[in-house]
Design a protein around this ligand. Structure first.
Ligand code: SAM
Length: 469
């Protein structure tokens, strides 16, 4: 075994992969020195090249698998190691779930020193593939050509994914197994039609070209399909043959919109939207509720597991029908509406005005008279006594973005005096950080349940239940 002090960049080492780090890299150790190995899975022994050496850790990439892992499975996707969306398709699903649980235990118990709470088994995904209800692909005139691709492949057209750390090149995607199969068919048809019609893909460097993104949404429980073509300028005549071709091939498409993004920013939503075909929005059902979702609204990307997530939150909230509930960071209000069925009154707070508009529309559509939505930047909204305008909550749900809650909000939260706080998080690191603050302010973490919303990716969704001491 090599002395960790002497390891340097460029070394080739034999490494045993022990576990998976949060983020998807394999963890190996030389004595106590941790080396993160990309594209390696627990149970493998690899010969790996060290490409980064820091005081506390190193990074490596495998050159050869010396001993295969008992957890290795064949990945169905040809793109998965290049595209970067799915990092662990070659790891059995059972082991992915076991590793996610271990990561959360490690972050809370070992790194943050938070113990004395129950950690439940992960609620596994019902469908480990074809689960995403929203996908976004980028058009480019600068294709990432793979070593095995035939000579003469179109270098000036791609519709697919950015590969990690390359903003300027796009990997053309033939199939993505995370979305429903019809998504792949629509993707392929869009690729062939765009080429046939000689529509120019956008150039990220010169900002010329027309087609920028293809975004699709799928109503898992309704069968609705929304297609959003994002273009760099408005020209419905130029777009029409492409859209006609798509609708002719897929009469199941229920909505087509065209977002116009004239800005340089590499984002798939426009300054404005043209409605070109069918219903104004996609409809989706969660339990007995129906949601109208527009092209740019936030909605949980795994419909089946969103139901499981909300049931977990509902179970943790322990509602009897008498409670006032606050839903902080409520997005388009799907949790608010879900919980309103079992609560006296729900108030949702959210910074994005269009999300609050969608939430309000969905409340009306579902006849939920006991839910109220408020536009609020929670980084400072409750400063200066604004909280007094609202009834005192018995239960608070928080579901902040990856960065976690703003320090002001985390410190302010206990002042409401709610009996329970249900903290839904897509980032265990910031959730553990906020847990420490809640612990210092009279709340105790009782249990954590993870719901696997994103198989084959490193993402983790966890529901933490806190009680007032
Ligand atoms: C993870 S999403 C929660 C979505 C929602 N709970 C659901 O299940 O559909 C986080 C939400 O926080 C909102 N958000 C981010 N920063 C915020 C802030 N400072 N104040 C209020 N809302 C914010 C985002 O717009 C987003 O809708």
């Amino acid at each position: 075994m090599k002395d960790p002090q002497k390891i340097k960049r460029g070394d080739e080492l034999e490494l045993q992969i022990e576990s998976l780090a949060y983020g998807g890299k394999g963890i190996a150790r030389v004595d106590d020195y941790v080396i993160f190995v990309k594209n390696a899975i627990p149970g493998q022994k690899v010969r790996a090249l060290i490409y980064k050496k820091r005081k506390g850790y190193g990074e490596a990439r495998p050159l050869e698998v010396l001993t295969e892992s008992p957890h290795k499975v064949d990945a169905p996707c040809d793109h998965f190691l290049t595209c970067g969306g799915c990092k662990v398709q070659q790891l059995s699903y059972e082991e992915q779930v076991a590793q996610k649980k271990q990561q959360v235990e490690n972050i809370f118990q070992r790194q943050a020193g938070i113990s004395e709470f129950e950690i439940h088994d992960v609620v596994p995904a019902v469908n480990p593939f074809n689960y995403r209800n929203k996908m976004e692909f980028t058009f480019s005139n600068n294709r990432w050509v793979l070593p095995g691709e035939p000579e003469g492949v179109d270098r000036d057209f791609a519709l697919g994914m950015h590969i990690p750390k390359r903003w300027d090149k796009i990997l053309n995607i033939d199939a993505c197994h995370l979305m429903p199969e019809i998504g792949t068919e629509i993707l392929n048809k869009t690729q062939s039609l765009a080429k046939e019609l000689k529509l120019k893909a956008y150039d990220q460097k010169t900002h010329n070209g027309f087609l920028r993104y293809l975004l699709m949404r799928f109503g898992h429980n309704t069968g609705d399909i929304l297609v959003n073509l994002v273009t760099s300028y408005e020209n419905p005549d130029l777009l029409k043959p492409l859209i006609d071709g798509l609708i002719a091939a897929f009469p199941q498409i229920t909505t087509v919109v065209n977002n116009i993004n004239t800005r340089k920013a590499d984002v798939a939503f426009g300054e404005y939207e043209l409605h070109l075909h069918g219903k104004p929005c996609l409809e989706e059902k969660l339990g007995d509720l129906t949601f109208e979702i527009s092209a740019n609204s936030f909605f949980q990307t795994n419909t089946v597991m969103a139901e499981k997530l909300y049931e977990t939150a509902l179970d943790g909230a322990g509602l009897t029908g008498e409670e006032v509930v606050f839903d902080l960071y409520c997005g388009t209000g799907s949790i608010s509406l879900f919980l309103a069925q079992k609560a006296k009154e729900v108030h949702g707070f959210e910074v994005i005005v269009s999300s609050v508009e969608d939430a309000t529309r969905n409340a009306v559509r579902n006849g939920a008279g006991n839910v109220h939505f408020h536009v609020a930047n929670l980084d400072n909204f409750f400063k200066f006594g604004v909280g007094k305008k609202y009834p005192k909550p018995d239960v608070i749900i928080v579901d902040p973005p990856r960065a976690g809650m703003h320090k002001f909000m985390t410190n302010y939260l206990p002042k409401f005096g709610a009996q329970k706080i249900v903290y839904i998080s897509c980032n265990p690191t910031t959730q553990a950080r906020d847990t420490e603050i809640l612990h210092m302010n009279g709340y105790r973490l009782k249990k954590i349940t993870m719901v696997d919303m994103f198989p084959h990716t490193p993402h983790i969704e966890a529901v933490g239940i806190f009680e007032k001491q």
